[in-house]
Write a protein that binds this ligand. Structure first.
Ligand code: ADP
Length: 279
């Protein structure tokens, strides 16, 4: 079996809340928030790994430790075998720019740049010549079906189109890992489904490693090769949809999927033959 592309060992993250200022200041700080508790995880090349949980369960924090946007309080994150904690600041920036791409719920496009220059941004930062980066950006725009709007500005596009631009911008540097934080959650249901379909078809063509955060169970089941369930900063269960559906680790996991049509994944017998890698 190949090596994991990302590994987490005993990762913890505590946020210390900011003490209140002024007249009502208290001497002691508010208690720290345990956003992540003893997270152990392996993510494999080419899989869509979905992190699911209720709001505040630690999904975004976990995602941001993968490209060192957040440094764990303790524990280790390894990316392609290299401990992120051992990287210099310059190496960390290079990792973020060259090996990972990120897509946000809020799109986070540059309003003053047209679509083509939004998509080309990562290549511009990397010092790629204008003609080459525009050529690559055009290829990406064709893949997400937006060739006809390359001269438009983000404000002129619908939400779904803006997120296609966000996706093209993240993919243009050909990152080893694509990180998606509730990327489709702001879109209306039909557009959201279209975006899921687009992502799955891109994935069929390119087999990239994708880590996708969502609070939506249907989305998790549709996209995930494996699903990680988070509750209050802890990983409760990791496995392929069949396993999560047929053998939920806790009543909480079962509850998360209540009301979702899971018939496609329900197995009569065991799930012994399903997708192999385990956390
Ligand atoms: P999710 O993505 O599942 O909604 P988050 O990772 O955003 O969860 O947050 C996990 C917990 O950490 C929550 O209790 C949240 O309030 C807290 N938290 C997140 N970011 C910060 C921060 N910068 N400072 C203090 N607490 C934070």
């Amino acid at each position: 079996m190949s090596q994991p592309i990302i590994e987490l060992h005993h990762v913890e993250k505590n946020y210390s809340s900011v003490p209140r200022k002024g007249l009502f200041a208290r001497k002691e700080n508010k208690p720290t928030v345990n956003a992540l508790t003893d997270i152990n995880l392996r993510i494999w090349p080419g899989e869509i790994f979905v992190i699911v949980g209720l709001s505040g369960s630690g999904k975004s924090t976990l995602l941001r430790t993968l490209n060192a946007l957040i440094t764990p309080t303790s524990g280790e994150v390894r990316f392609q075998g290299q401990a992120l904690g051992s990287l210099s600041a310059a190496q960390m920036i290079a990792l973020r720019r060259e090996k990972t791409g990120m897509v946000f719920q809020s799109f986070a496009l540059f309003d003053e740049r047209n679509v083509l220059d939004n998509v080309a941004f990562g290549l511009e930062v990397a010092g790629v010549a204008r003609e080459v980066r525009h050529q690559r950006a055009r290829e990406m725009l064709a893949k997400v079906g937006l060739s006809h709007v390359e001269d438009n500005y983000p404000a002129e596009l619908s939400g779904g189109m803006q997120q296609r631009v966000g996706l093209a911008r993240a993919l243009v540097v050909d990152p080893a890992v694509l990180l998606m934080d509730e990327a489709f959650s702001a879109l209306d249901p039909i557009i959201r489904r279209e975006m899921q379909t687009l992502l799955l078809s891109l994935q069929e063509a390119e087999q990239r490693t994708i880590v996708f955060v969502t609070h939506d169970m249907e989305e998790a089941l549709r996209l995930g090769n494996r699903i990680a369930i988070m509750e209050a900063g802890k990983l409760i269960q990791v496995g392929p949809p069949e396993k999560i559906i047929n053998a939920p680790a806790t009543p909480y996991v079962r509850h998360l999927f209540s009301g979702v049509d899971t018939s496609r994944w329900q197995l009569a017998d065991s799930y012994a033959d399903v997708w192999q890698p385990q956390a």
